[in-house]
Design a protein around this ligand. Sequence first.
Ligand SMILES: [Fe+2]
Ligand SMILES: [Fe+2]
Length: 245
Amino acid sequence: MTVTIDPERAVEIRPGVWWVGWPDYDAGFSNNPYLIVDGQEVVLIDPGSRLDVHWAWVKKKVESVVPIEKITMVIVHHQDPDLCAAIPLIEEAVGVNNFEIVTTERTALFIPYYGVKTEVTAIGDGEYMEIGESGRELHFITSPYLHFPGAFVTYDKKEKILFSSDIFAGFSIDWSLFANEYYMEAMKVFSQPYLSDQRPVRNFLRKVRGIEIEMICPQHGSIIPKDKVQEAIDTLWDLEVGVWE
Ligand SMILES: [Fe+2]
Ligand SMILES: [Fe+2]
């Protein structure tokens, strides 16, 4: 599926779920924040970098759907700057403690290092939240060592989307919003140096094996549609990781 990317407009990937990211064709490194709007609940997942050039994309895209000050929740799957550095800019727009930051306890330790003053809600493995008017369930699944001890992913039960953070992520010069025929290679190029050991990879894949997944939304690379989900899982299961010497 080819999608024309308008720098100022979010792309609705499922009803009520938008891609609000930015491609970086030169570096082959796209960044993929996502937005969920469910009634009054406005959730931004892994908001990203605070660089003007990056945040301008995300902010404009969010605002093509909903005013930025309407954000009620920010989910950050680990503490890297490509997820978290923009949180102080969200505080400027929304107000300190006027929205909720959701992450694990280990990650919560580092969020204030970005100058973030908003309190953090720590979640644990298997916990979930009901949000919005629909009572949409967001389930949290920890993914230790992929690629941080406190990392986790979020499963949106309503749309059956796995927001997978750096798992299933890809480096690709020929980036497209939805995974093309080269994406498994792109995923290997990212995963082999980023994921250091096969055991946590397989432990995580066992955890998500029983979940019905219609779409995987990683934080880099391309969105993996239903017809490529099993291939992506199999590719990661068999992948030799930790090979960077
Ligand atoms: Fe990361
Ligand atoms: Fe990342």
